[in-house]
Design a protein around this ligand. Structure first.
Ligand SMILES: [Zn+2]
Length: 76
């Protein structure tokens, strides 16, 4: 289960939680900042480490890929 990191837009306090991709949006919607009580969060991209396949896979990486959403697999 991936770990998501969110940062408060009001004070910069970061928080993280584990969730499935399906539920992370609703989880994020209920977040409250510990420091200021704001619910205004933005996701910190790069806070999630996706494990892509395994070594030795035959699938070539697309030359323009490498970004999180290049394959449409991250759900954003
Ligand atoms: Zn805050």
């Amino acid at each position: 289960m991936p770990l998501y990191e969110y940062r408060c837009r009001e004070c910069g306090q970061s928080t993280e939680f584990r969730s499935t991709m399906d539920k992370k949006e609703s989880m994020a919607a209920t977040l409250k900042c510990d420091a200021c009580g704001s619910g205004n969060f933005s996701q910190v991209l790069g806070g999630v480490a996706f494990v892509q396949g395994s070594a030795g896979t035959k699938t070539p990486m697309p030359p323009s890929g490498g970004g999180c959403c290049s394959g449409g697999m991250c759900g954003l």
